[in-house]
Design a protein around this ligand. Structure first.
Ligand SMILES: NC(=O)c1ccc[n+]([C@@H]2O[C@H](COP(=O)([O-])OP(=O)(O)OC[C@H]3O[C@@H](n4cnc5c(N)ncnc54)[C@H](OP(=O)(O)O)[C@@H]3O)[C@@H](O)[C@H]2O)c1
Length: 340
């Protein structure tokens, strides 16, 4: 039986604007006892996601807000230490929404937990390219964006965890792919290493001009992770029957109070008989196996590359999360909680 303490990070208050370390607090509680049908998981890695900014905001969303005083929600991969569940055995690796804490109890499908297959790929991949990140890219682009060979796909946060996979899948599907990102190093990485046809540094270039130059046949699919000015500039450059995929809007997540108004160029949708559609990756939970198998095959064939940015120590999660908002993460942001 596991004994000892479970370090947890709780949401202390509802943040205003950017997340502050003072919005969180740490506490130690006893490692919980395992009941019938349950298993005790030691969390090894925690995924940090821009969506977490939304999860701590009050108001209607696709998921309940994290309660003030509750353990901060987060996707983890971990190892089963002890089990009274016939489907789980000590040593099994599991992923699930098991929170910002060292240990968690899981039952059958509690916290969306599931046992991971044995694979030669690193465990962290189940939080990045083989986890919700990869699934977001895969289903968002293919199901919502419906790219066709020869079309032009424009992707924002193009060097990020989701964006970098979107761009490479679009290349596999035979598209011209242009990425928007926030540094020359990231622009070089996506063009020289990932095979993007062109890159735009939104911090140094004029967006509308740069999109016109890099997308001479206009944009058929815009995969939007940013919202705001980038969405507006993309809307001005759509092709007839274009698809705008609303995956995220990181430029507005830290807005204080009400969110800023939506895109002023939305009438482009009318002019171009185009559509704009949002999606949540959780809509595709029952197809994760399909997406995971395909992505794993592409990784093993060398068709998909990806980066992971691992920060050591659960106690650093409240500060590390802001790397997503200042762009200092290079690839999927992950916190290492314990040694494998
Ligand atoms: N719909 C869904 O189910 C779903 C699921 C997962 C993720 N998402 C969305 O996908 C997007 C990317 O998430 P991720 O996990 O892959 O993160 P990520 O791209 O690895 O990291 C976030 C990146 O956003 C960029 N950024 C930050 N603030 C910005 C701003 N004000 N304007 C423009 N760019 C900014 C930065 O890159 P630069 O250096 O390039 O600026 C930063 O590195 C987010 O919008 C997220 O909410 C949606």
């Amino acid at each position: 039986m596991a004994t000892g303490k479970n370090r947890q990070i709780l949401l202390k208050s509802r943040p205003k604007g950017r997340l502050q370390p003072s919005d969180f607090e740490s506490r130690e509680v006893d490692v919980p006892e395992v009941g019938d049908g349950q298993a005790l998981v030691k969390n090894l890695y925690l995924s940090l996601d821009p969506a977490m900014r939304g999860w701590v905001r009050e108001g209607e969303s696709y998921i309940e807000p994290v309660a003030v005083g509750g353990v901060m929600r987060g996707g983890t991969v971990g190892v089963v230490l002890e089990s009274k569940n016939p489907k789980l055995a000590p040593g099994d690796k599991v992923m699930g929404m098991n929170g910002w804490q060292e240990y968690a109890l899981i039952g059958g499908n509690e916290n969306m937990s599931r046992k991971l297959p044995e694979m030669s790929l690193p465990l962290t991949n189940f939080l990045s390219v083989l986890g919700a990140t990869g699934m977001t890219a895969y289903f968002g682009l293919l199901d919502v964006g419906e790219p066709k060979e020869g079309e032009t796909v424009l992707v924002s946060t193009a060097a990020g965890a989701v964006g970098s996979i979107v761009g490479q899948i679009a290349k596999i599907k035979g598209c011209r792919v242009v990425g928007i990102t926030g540094s020359d190093e990231k622009c070089r990485w996506i063009t020289e290493e990932l095979g993007y046809d062109a890159a735009i540094n939104y911090k140094t270039e004029k967006l509308d001009e740069a999109i016109k130059k890099t997308c001479p046949k206009k944009v058929d699919v815009y995969f939007d992770n940013v919202g705001g000015d980038q969405l507006d500039a993309a809307l001005l450059n759509l092709n007839k029957h274009a698809r705008v995929v609303i995956c995220g809007a990181i430029s507005v997540y830290n807005a204080k109070g009400d969110l800023p108004p939506g895109p002023s160029n939305y009438l482009a949708l009318l002019i171009k008989s185009a559509r704009m559609q949002g999606f949540v990756v959780l809509d595709y939970l029952d197809r994760f196996m399909e997406g995971g198998m395909q992505l794993a095959q592409w990784i093993m064939e060398g068709k998909i590359k990806h980066r992971e940015h691992v920060v050591d120590g659960l106690e650093n999660a409240p500060t590390a999360i802001n790397m997503l908002f200042d762009g200092s993460n290079n690839g999927k942001l992950i916190v290492k909680i314990a040694d494998e």
